[in-house]
Write a protein that binds this ligand. Sequence first.
Ligand SMILES: *Cc1c(COP(=O)(O)O)cnc(C)c1O
Length: 369
Amino acid sequence: MVDLHNQYLKIKSETDAAIQDVLDQGYYINGAPVHKFSENLATYLNVAHVIPCANGTDALQIALMALELQPGDEVITSPFTFVATAEVIALLKLKPVFVDIDPDTYLIDVNKIEAAITPRTRCIIPVHLFGQIANMEKINEIAQRHNLYVVEDNAQAIGADYTFANGNQVKAGTIGHIGCTSFYPSKNLGCYGDGGALMTNDGKLAEKIKVICNHGSKQKYYHEEIGVNSRLDSIQAGILDIKLKHLDQYITERQRAAEYYDRHLSDIDGIQIPVRTKHSTHVFHQYTLFVDKDRDRLKDSLQESGIPSMVYYPVPLHVQAAYTGDGYKAGDFPHSEKAARHVLSLPMHTELSDEMLGYICTKIREAFI
Ligand SMILES: *Cc1c(COP(=O)(O)O)cnc(C)c1O
């Protein structure tokens, strides 16, 4: 599904030097690379503040803590996402309120958000799933009208561009009150361990986020509030600073692979290639097919040819054992449930040659004959 080793070999000398630098300096925590990378990422995203943390799940949790949501407050999100999005909501004793997805893009259906808003609703977490940005113009408009916060789960779409109706362009993760991302190795901007970050244009929120990440402390051993311990270490920051310089190239390589798949798969009856949104570029964290029938048989037959594929995600969150407590049941979100039964993600990374792509497409075509 990914080929991180060959991607590493292409940047081996600069990456090894960055790691060696941290070892030579000895500042493993909060060293210079952490600050340098945060500043460079802020410049790349054109956002005022980037606050690094330990992983993407922490970023989401810290965002909700910074907004001072109270137990029982409701947070609207998609049930068709990685569990972390809802997990942090529940962990903070907030209530996840699910809204079904658009069946074409798998992004939250903005036309269904308002019906889910109650007097307890405080926040919306759109998930920029598979590498496309949710309809943020509409989400921000709804949030403003109902006085809600917007936290973007941008673990999968870093580097994607969003275009507003007036032509203004912004980067994913900088459009709501807070953006959250993950640097898990297989993400589009991944390190060689765990990492994450929050981004915001709000100076007060940025201050609060920094304090929460650091045990609720501004001054060492004085704690103003309850925080967490969530840091990006210097080695990972050094690696990310190198990879950030290549991010646009990595995105182009993913888009090139996606176009190859499009060209060779779009005419096959029984599969639907990824549907693009109008307002966002697609950075293809995943290239996800909709398979009309026998998805699992296609998966097995690819496996027999040595081709990996994955189902992201096989069980929507509203029917997961841990999240059914709020009275959700099968049938509540039919588009999410249908997606879970029919999606199949193909190998997608920066190291796919035409030869590999050709082989994958040929085997998919054969499976449909
Ligand atoms: C990866 C991911 C996360 C969590 O990131 P971690 O760094 O693994 O904690 C959250 N949300 C989505 C949509 C993700 O894909």
